[in-house]
Design a protein around this ligand. Structure first.
Ligand code: MG
Length: 209
């Protein structure tokens, strides 16, 4: 039996057997559990907010000339003409390189690989992408997605996209699923439409945390 003794202050005495009540325990712990859950939610929210997303755009065009190999996205295609240029003239790789460098604020392809440097004469343009990837890695950027359009009258590019995505993904160290390619003709209009040139537009999305 509990007894209360009055005096200068109040003294409470308990007697009898205490029993463990799990419901009472959870009831007492509930505010603490809710507080921890709220803190975890706030921390997660803060982490998401601190992630920065950036986009970059790239464009390239090369004249098509006889006697040149047609290389697009790191893959050689059978055709009578290919892009004229200091390197292999791969417009897709060049536009992609510019899109990545632009997103990261690291200049452009001409800054890193000037076409006046004999070192890059006839170079495989996938090298430029590997270098861009290294620069992005140093700045803690991650490549999230690439979306590209290649404009060419002939030949058809679609059947070669799986190989191009693999080659580009390998150079950038990302899965091919992150690289999306599309092909267009120029409906016979302008130099691209007359089969005198090939062009590419690329948008790249990168993140940093
Ligand atoms: Mg170029």
């Amino acid at each position: 039996m509990d007894r209360v003794v009055a005096g200068r202050g109040t003294r409470v005495e308990f007697s009898g057997t205490r029993t463990f009540d799990p419901w009472a325990m959870w009831f007492n712990l509930a505010p603490f559990i809710l507080l921890v859950a709220a803190l975890i939610a706030l921390l997660r929210r803060g982490k998401v907010r601190s992630m920065s997303v950036r986009c970059g755009i790239g464009y390239d065009l090369h004249r098509l000339a006889e006697g040149r190999k047609l290389i697009v996205g790191g893959i050689e295609l059978a055709f009578e003409k290919g892009p004229a240029g200091h390197s292999d003239g791969d417009v897709l790789a060049h536009a992609l390189c510019d899109a990545l460098l632009g997103a990261a604020g690291l200049g452009d392809i001409g800054t890193h690989f000037p076409d006046t440097d004999p070192k890059w004469k006839g170079a495989n343009s996938l090298i430029f992408l590997e270098h861009a990837r290294k620069l992005l890695d140093e700045k803690k950027f991650a490549i999230e997605h690439v979306d590209a359009v290649v404009i060419l009258e002939k030949p058809k590019l679609g059947p070669h996209f799986p190989k191009m995505r693999e080659a580009l993904g390998r150079a950038l160290g990302v899965p091919a699923e992150k690289i999306h390619l599309k092909a267009k003709t120029n409906e016979g209009v302008d130099a691209v439409g007359r089969g005198e040139a090939i062009a590419a537009h690329v948008v790249a999305t990168i993140t940093t945390s």
